[in-house]
Design a protein around this ligand. Structure first.
Ligand SMILES: [Zn+2]
Ligand SMILES: [Zn+2]
Length: 274
């Protein structure tokens, strides 16, 4: 059974619940390694049409204090991890490094939600006007940017490793089965491997229009072959989604030979059976 959830959000970004409420929701589901990975500040050049950034920046010190307080208060009952889902915004490496230096995070999840300055996971309409060849180009760009992200050595975990399929899953599925995708996956996974990172198996995709676990079978099969570890994340933004569909994630991971998942304490990897 999976008892580690390393990807939780709170109302400090666009989540619905407090740090404390998310903690208790995790405990109620038998989860005892509870990783908070709130969204990060982002350069002003990168924003969504409707954005949580002003609230996040204002509330960030409270987020930090809340997580640390829970960590101390419940240390005999559960392991609370202080993490961050840092937006990978290419070309802004200094901004990212400075953000990460400001706190003693246990771990940093690298989340790719932007290609150039476009938040591609925001609305389906943006995708509907794109030609198939343009969409395939974006898949390629997504994995090239993932490799660049890994090569910085700033991150521990790759978030939702094929979120790029969110609004075009049929085309993505077709592409993912081909040689071109395999080469793109291999390039990204080689950089991830060399950086000592893990990839996330996420149930968020099941709740999104793609209705699939992140990442796809071809990507995880190659990751497994290359000995890359996995972490489990619900990417919950509400109490109800904490540990979401972890029975499905467990079955899925086992199919590719995984028996252990990882988490990070003070940026050091730890492994645990599930
Ligand atoms: Zn994300
Ligand atoms: Zn997230």
């Amino acid at each position: 059974m999976i008892k580690t959830d390393t990807h939780l959000h709170t109302l400090h970004s666009h989540g619905k619940a407090t740090v404390e409420a998310m903690f208790h929701a995790a405990r109620a589901k038998g989860i005892d390694i509870i990783g908070f990975s709130e969204h990060s500040p982002r350069p002003e050049t990168h924003s969504y049409p409707s954005d949580y950034q002003p609230r996040l920046i204002e509330g960030f010190p409270t987020y930090v204090a809340d997580v640390k307080r829970l960590r101390d208060e419940f240390k005999n009952e559960a392991t609370v991890l202080f993490g961050l889902e840092m937006d990978w915004v290419e070309g802004n490496e200094t901004f990212i490094a400075d953000t990460l230096k400001a706190h003693d995070f246990d771990y940093v999840i690298g989340g790719i939600h932007f290609i150039d300055t476009w938040g591609f996971d925001y609305r389906k309409e943006d995708w509907q006007v794109l030609s198939e060849s343009r969409q395939v180009e974006l898949y390629q760009q997504f994995y090239a940017t993932m490799a660049n992200m890994a090569r910085t050595g700033l991150f521990n975990i790759v978030a939702h490793p094929d979120i790029i399929k969110i609004f075009s899953v049929d085309l993505f599925r077709e592409w993912a089965a081909g040689d071109e995708a395999k080469a793109a996956f291999r390039t990204a996974l080689t950089a991830i491997h060399d950086a000592g990172m893990a990839i996330e198996i996420s149930s968020a995709g099941l709740r999104k229009p793609c209705k699939e676990i992140y990442p796809c079978p071809q990507f995880i099969a190659l990751a497994s072959e290359m000995g890359i570890p996995v972490s489990f994340g619900s990417d919950a933004h509400s109490e109800a989604s904490v540990g979401y569909a972890f029975d499905q994630l467990e079955q899925y991971a086992r199919k590719f030979g995984y028996t252990d998942s990882v988490y990070f304490v003070k940026r050091r990897m730890h492994s645990r059976k599930f």
